[in-house]
Design a protein around this ligand. Structure first.
Ligand SMILES: O=P(O)(O)O[C@H]1O[C@H](CO)[C@@H](O[C@H]2O[C@H](CO)[C@@H](O)[C@H](O)[C@H]2O)[C@H](O)[C@H]1O
Length: 677
């Protein structure tokens, strides 16, 4: 705490609390070891707890410094009475190293005005109070050369010193807008105290914003021969799927590992431990005689073909994410070239990998502690190689099974030259590890969203990711993955697919689906929480167009969700989500709001989402809205339009809502309000 009013005591002790205490600054990472995070275009709520002894009025400001070193001052507004919290929202507009300082001060004018209003109106200490006010007005006059301000001050001075007026009229004369504006421009403050400077790392928008679509390139264009063998899809056949993916509004395509797949211990259909001659194996079983992590599976094509895929994706407005899965099939070149990178058991064997309770019998885990430096350099080389090929996003498989200090180092090394590269953590594990991966640099993370299905669970989780952990952890709400087909989707029927997609697409700025979701694929392998006949172990060509033609596809709904996201900037933010109340235990209600000053237009953007999370029933309820959360004074009426059905309603604070799971289980309502209407 660098307090301008700090006074060294004879023992040279310097106060840490500062003359005006400023505590609990937000955003910042716990422990302050790494910068708080934001992405370009993000609106960040800044806050601090500011208070002082006695009863004098205080005020505060955010001093936000951009990467070019230019500082903008934003006044802080007091929060709920008694909390001593002060707030403002500000938008970080470009990627780079930002920082901020919170300033606090005694507001001399507000203190005087508060006291003078009480005392002068009651006829107590009238002349003393007036003299104090006149002194402040003189201070204001001497702080400006503006004639207009001087004239406003002169008028106020004349009235305040006019003893022929009643005390009430004298005080009323200083309560005018012109004087308030003059004081706002040249604040009458003292005991100015500044907090420490908090660093804020702002990354490119994709670090926190995107609509993801996962598909296996080998399935796109794959054909089975009469003898049961397969002709694999290739990067070139897979590229044909890209326009349809873009047409659904997705802007990131994530490909499971594209590298050669090992033969030893190859898995067969449905995670069986013996593969038939035509089984392609799990793409995560990386490495064969054809190469390792810096090679592509020959059946998919060449690196040049992958380049073609990247170029086609770019043409469709899609960025490609590849998988960084640091593990090896027993056939990976590293196993013979660098046996020291694995843990050899006393019997000479290498134990297979696990992510308990899952067993990965077809891969070896890497042991970083055997040759930390060697592995670090090799992995950095691989990552840089793919960046050189044109990859800008890595989905990182099971990062929680590798040392955190390794990730901290790797992500730092990459960011030195390429701060645009995004790393997406696939860690479904304990919160401490998930949060720490984000803290050390992962730009975004898979989440527990998949398993938060009830209203209460979702309320808590949406609040957590938008408000509690947002300085560190950027969520990507995937609705399903090849590993995750939740019971909710298995047994919730088609409504469940709509509900989950609508919540994911509106609650989080990053969301994703794994292909097949639009076809409502919902049959699980018995005893497992993943699809039967899983694409991880088989080719799975799908006829998306036929399903759409017969109305058996969710693609039109997904397309609409992505359109709504594109049209509503409030949905492209993380921290602006507020949960509201409904009387029904399955009707989830939340809003997202972006004031006009941040939308880039002259209108604010407000969205209310109401989801019937019970996919088996029709629910009716009253929703109770704190309309101030989306810019509307309490008690005012406004218009809402359902962005899926286009129905329009006139609403207020309390509203009847009926949602039929079998038609439209979710309202996504845009809010229109004109003051005083
Ligand atoms: O461990 P997670 O559930 O987070 O899943 C991720 O990592 C797994 C290991 O890479 C991966 O599992 C798939 O590949 C394995 C190796 O080939 C294989 O043994 C598993 O049966 C298969 O599911 C999983 O897909 C990935 O998302």
């Amino acid at each position: 705490m660098a307090a301008t009013t700090d006074v060294a005591t004879p023992t040279q002790y310097v106060s840490k609390i500062g003359r005006i205490p400023i505590r609990f600054l937000n955003p910042q990472q716990p422990e302050g070891r790494w910068p708080a995070k934001g992405f370009a275009g993000e609106v960040i709520p800044f806050s601090a707890t500011i208070f002082r002894e006695g009863h004098d009025q205080i005020g505060g400001a955010l001093l936000l410094t951009d990467p070019a070193g230019s500082t903008t001052r934003y006044p802080l507004h007091p929060g709920a009475p008694g909390t001593d919290s002060w707030h403002t929202d500000a938008q970080v507009t470009s990627a780079g190293a930002w920082s901020y300082v919170i300033e606090a001060f005694t507001d001399d004018w507000a203190t005087w005005l508060h006291n003078a209003e009480i005392k002068m109106r009651a006829g107590i200490d009238v002349e003393v109070m007036a003299a104090m006010g006149l002194e402040l007005l003189a201070r204001l006059a001497s702080s400006t050369r503006k004639a207009s301000v001087r004239s406003v001050v002169a008028t106020a001075t004349a009235s305040l010193s006019d003893t022929s007026l009643s005390p009430a009229d004298r005080i009323a004369a200083v309560e005018n807008t012109a004087l308030a504006e003059a004081i706002a421009a040249s604040p009458l403050v003292s005991l100015v105290t500044q907090s420490e400077r908090i660093p804020l790392r702002v990354e490119r928008p994709r670090a926190g914003l995107g609509s993801w679509y996962e598909f296996f390139p080998r399935s796109e264009g794959a054909k089975q021969r009469k003898d049961g063998s397969w002709v694999s899809g290739t990067f070139r056949t897979a590229a044909k799927r890209l326009p349809a993916v873009a047409d659904m509004g997705f802007d990131v395509v994530y490909l499971p590992p594209i590298h050669p797949i090992g033969r030893s211990f190859r898995k067969g259909p449905n995670n069986t431990l013996v593969a038939g001659p035509h089984d392609p194996g799990s793409p995560w079983a990386i490495g064969s005689a054809d190469g390792g992590h810096d090679a592509v599976h020959p059946e998919l094509g060449t690196v040049k073909d992958f380049g073609y895929f990247l170029a086609q994706a770019k043409k469709s407005g899609i960025e490609v994410a590849i998988d960084l899965a640091l593990q090896c099939s027993p056939d990976h070149p590293w196993v013979t070239e660098h046996p020291e990178w694995f843990t050899t058991l006393p019997d000479g064997s290498i134990a297979y990998a696990e992510n308990p309770p899952k067993k990965y019998q077809d891969i070896y885990p890497i042991n970083f502690d055997n040759d930390y430096e060697g592995l670090r350099q090799e992995i950095l080389r691989i990552v840089k190689y793919w960046i050189g090929v044109g990859v800008t996003i890595f989905r990182v498989d099971n990062p929680h099974t590798k040392p955190l200090d390794f990730w901290e180092w790797l992500l730092h090394e990459v960011a030195v030259d390429r701060p645009d590269v995004v790393f997406f953590a696939e860690a479904f594990t304990r919160p401490a590890m998930m949060q720490s991966l984000a803290a050390v640099g992962f730009q975004q993370s898979y989440t527990y969203f998949t398993w938060r299905n009830t209203k209460v669970e979702l309320e808590e989780y949406l609040h957590e990711v938008s408000k509690v952990t947002s300085a560190t952890f950027r969520p990507n709400f995937f609705v399903n993955t090849p590993d995750i087909l939740t019971e909710y989707l298995q047994f919730g029927g088609r409504p469940a697919y709509k509900v989950r997609a609508a919540i994911a697409a509106t609650a989080s700025p990053s969301w994703g689906v794994y292909s097949g979701y639009e076809l409502f694929e919902n049959v699980a392998r018995p005893g497992a929480e993943e699809n039967i006949d899983n694409e991880k172990f088989e080719f799975k060509p799908r006829d998306y167009a036929a399903a759409e033609a017969t109305g058996d596809s969710l693609a039109p709904y997904l397309r609409r969700l992505n359109e709504i996201r594109a049209q509503h900037p409030a949905l492209r933010q993380l921290r602006n989500l507020d949960v509201h109340w409904s009387d029904d235990d399955s009707m989830l209600v939340y809003s997202k709001y972006l004031p006009a000053r941040f939308t880039g237009t002259d209108t604010a953007d407000g969205i209310i989402v109401i989801a019937n999370v019970d996919p088996h029933s029709v629910r009716e309820t009253t929703v109770h809205l704190d309309t101030t959360r989306f810019g509307i004074p309490l008690g005012e009426e406004f218009t809402v339009t359902d962005l899926v059905t286009q129905s329009t309603y006139t609403w207020g604070g309390d509203n009847y809502v009926r949602l039929d799971a079998f038609t439209e289980p979710v309202h996504i309502l845009s809010v229109e309000y004109s003051k005083g209407s």
